[in-house]
Design a protein around this ligand. Sequence first.
Ligand code: FNR
Length: 194
Amino acid sequence: MNTIDVPAGTEPLRVLAISGSLRADSVNSALLRAAGALGGAAVKLELWDGLAAVPPFSEDDEAEPGAGVSAMLAAFAGADALLFATPEYNRSLPGQLKNALDWASRPYGRSVLTGKAAAVIGASPGNFGGRRAHADLTKVLKACGARVVGDELCVAQAHTALGEDGLPVGEELRTALTGLLAALGEAVRTAGTE
Ligand code: FNR
């Protein structure tokens, strides 16, 4: 199994994994779990489960956004890095994920996303791996001020990508997932130096 190397005494990278899908059997959520397993001791990956509790964004509610938004902002702030996996809905990212990012983007330029290391996975049972959602989510994260790192990872035929053990059946996907985690680690290590 590929794992991330970590020097002795180094704290694990705290990664908040954010699936754009609310579906119980989501392939995107499953890919994030696989990434967590592949990260081994170098990564402490938490799969965020608060997306459904984020209400529709309104500027009128910004002063008192409510518990769902406050919990999201705390979870984002407490992570070293964010790892997203997004489905593609009608050739873009799902509305619930865009909505959450609209909340998280505020106040513009000083938000919890400003300068935050982030990486993006797109996954679809189709042949294109949700690449239009991947591109749109990357664009939105950059607009929010996040530092998006890592190679593009779009998982086509995603329903066949993981085995019974929840891990990738193919070496290419294992390498790509560990590569994204390594890129996040590198971004966190070098933050403020570039
Ligand atoms: C889809 N799906 C889809 N797939 C795709 O490759 N391109 C697309 O544009 C769309 N559009 C779309 C719209 C809506 C409303 C739904 C519900 C689905 C199929 C989608 O990729 C599939 O349901 C995935 O399994 C969703 O990801 P999760 O939930 O398994 O992570």
